[in-house]
Design a protein around this ligand. Structure first.
Ligand code: NAP
Length: 260
């Protein structure tokens, strides 16, 4: 590492949206810390980005779904003397099924990964950004966070938490020079580079979003000062339309759609 270098840290950088964030930021000559559990994939991506963009790219194998993982990761960053100027909280996964049919362990992992680790990392990395008078946080939430989603109850709850936290934080940080983007994608298409995702992905009716488009819209919002991004016109209309409905009716309608 070159002394004085600053980095963007991307969680869940080994595949999917995180990998596309890594490529887009590398193209902007941003040094990167790439975090996920799959060491081989992180190593390959780091090597690709170093060669194609001449940046520093540091793979960091880490499981963020364990209790206290965000604090431990922040400790590792301090030990390596990594200065983080942009934090991309992207790592996440969803489990579908009735609440009691899904394992408690997996559901707790979702809460740790999508909420607890995000709060811990943000709490640890934010003070240095505020001291520097500049920096950014991108929180990858979901359309699923705008309403209760029966049969994905914990997933939608983790994303509601994330959206609310992220949007509130943006207001608190308005005068600090630290920008916060909350991005709520709809359903992403299966990553064309991820054979496993291609195989697993069930076809559902409706439009799927391209990773590149979500990343571009998000970085554009970061450049313009931060805020909420709902990629896709139809998704924005759906969120707006839902606000006009009775709060009791929404989960009933979503349950029907979600079950089918
Ligand atoms: N896919 C969609 O349709 C969709 C829609 C809206 C929002 N989102 C959100 O977008 C984000 C990215 O989703 P994606 O579709 O790109 O998912 P993905 O392709 O499954 O990638 C998820 C990333 O998170 C990492 N990850 C998972 N568990 C982890 C753990 N315990 N510790 C550290 N890293 C972990 C994975 O790496 P390892 O397995 O190597 O750890 C991987 O890099 C998520 O927050 C998701 O909720 C997705």
């Amino acid at each position: 590492m070159t002394s004085g270098s600053t980095f963007a840290l991307i969680t869940g950088a080994s595949k999917g949206l995180g990998k596309y964030f890594a490529r887009a930021l590398a193209a902007r000559k941003q040094n990167l810390i790439l975090v996920a559990r799959s060491k081989d994939k992180l190593d390959a991506l780091a090597s690709e980005l170093r060669h194609s963009h001449g940046i520093q790219a540091e793979p960091l194998e880490f499981d963020l779904a364990a209790a206290g993982a965000g604090l431990q990761l922040a400790q590792q960053l301090r030990e390596h003397n990594f200065q983080t100027e942009l934090l991309v909280n992207n790592a996440g996964f969803g489990e579908r099924g009735k609440f009691l049919d899904l394992s408690l362990e997996r559901q707790m992992q979702m809460i740790h990964l999508q909420d607890t680790a995000v709060v811990e990392l943000t709490y640890q990395l934010l003070p240095a950004m505020i001291d520097a008078g500049r920096g950014g946080i991108i929180n990858v939430s979901s359309l699923a966070g705008f309403q209760p989603v029966p049969y994905a109850a914990i997933y939608s709850a983790t994303k509601s938490f994330l959206t609310t936290f992220s949007m509130a934080l943006r207001e608190e940080l308005r005068l600090t020079g630290v920008k916060v983007v909350t991005v709520c994608p709809g359903r992403l298409r299966a990553d064309p580079e991820d054979a496993e995702a291609q195989e697993k992905r069930q076809k559902v009716p409706g439009r799927e979003q391209r990773h590149e488009d979500v990343v571009n819209e998000t970085l554009k919002k970061l450049d313009s000062g931060g805020g909420l991004v709902i990629p896709g016109r139809l998704n924005r209309l759906t969120v707006r339309g839902q606000r006009l409905m009775s709060l009791n009716a929404v989960p009933k309608i979503v349950a029907r759609l979600s079950k089918s």
